[in-house]
Write a new protein. Structure first.
Length: 282
């Protein structure tokens, strides 16, 4: 009310708000913009002062080096297979678990949810030794299968928690009507509830995909040659042991980041509706 009565104060508040938004946006986007700028600079330009570095001539040689690198090509394809496989399994298992935990009453349901939450709390390094022993014993070392199943440790708990809260908020009349028509619980899940759960599935699937795509510790530990993108980029080497190829590293980082940005932009409406589902009950 005071701001509306005093136009000067109102405009000062608006200006302060937009200045704050610009500062936050600059703080968040500056590292990415600097990485993009570095990816278009030659190796010798990295030692220039910032003013001369920004005005240095651009080159696409770093991107040519990255795309012509067969190891990077193999890692990109392998990352896509591993991330997609982990997300598909986690969504399948998480949907079934969420349907059971969100719709049925049985003894120990709360305990199961707490166990799932407890599993997601443990850091990756805490289970690394045990998982490495399992991978070695199963004969899947240096195999994408080891990464797909190891990634389920952090994708399934997240998927189950998000989908369980979403399933609880779906009107029970949909399920009751399908059961009256003679549908089995699984038919009800996949033919009736599954389309309704699509925003939550897209949200959890995309966030799980990003986690798998960027995972470094398991990919470095459980593989030696069939490695995904993060360890391959980290192990980029220059012309000598003292040369750090920051240009190709930044170019590779931009190449693997662009698909994630594109996915977020394509499914942004589903992500927003999936994250806000159940937040307001009418």
């Amino acid at each position: 009310m005071l701001a509306k009565r005093n136009p000067t104060l109102f405009y000062l508040q608006r200006i302060g708000f937009y200045v704050l938004v610009i500062l936050i946006a600059f703080y968040l986007l500056f590292p990415f913009l600097w990485a993009v700028l570095t990816s278009f600079r030659r190796g010798g330009d990295l030692f220039l002062v910032p003013s001369k570095f920004i005005l240095a001539p651009s080159t696409i040689s770093n991107y040519v080096t990255v795309f012509n690198n067969p190891q990077f090509q193999h890692a990109f394809l392998l990352s896509l297979i591993v991330a997609a496989g982990s997300v598909a399994l986690s969504l399948l298992i998480g949907t079934l678990a969420a349907y059971a935990l969100g719709r049925f009453r049985f003894k120990g349901k709360s305990m199961i949810l707490y166990i799932i939450l407890a599993v997601s709390v443990f850091p990756q390094i805490a289970v690394l030794g045990g998982l490495y022993t399992v991978v070695q014993a199963s004969g899947t070392y240096n195999n994408p299968v080891a990464l797909i199943f190891s990634y389920l440790i952090f994708t399934i708990p997240f998927t189950v928690w998000v989908l369980t809260s979403f399933v609880r908020d779906i009107p029970g009349e949909l399920e009751e009507a399908s059961l009256v028509d003679g549908a089995t619980p699984l038919q009800t899940l996949f033919r009736v509830l599954f389309p309704v759960m699509m925003p939550a599935l897209v949200t959890t699937g995309l966030l799980a995909f990003i986690n798998c795509w960027n995972e470094y510790l398991f990919a470095l530990t459980f593989t030696s040659s069939n490695r995904t993108i993060p360890p391959v980029i980290a192990n980029f080497s220059g012309a000598s042991q003292f040369d750090q190829p920051w240009g190709p590293i930044m170019a590779a980082s931009i190449v693997v980041t662009v698909p994630l940005i594109a996915l977020v932009l394509i499914f942004q409406r589903n992500i927003v509706s999936g994250l806000t589902a159940g937040a307001v009950k009418g």
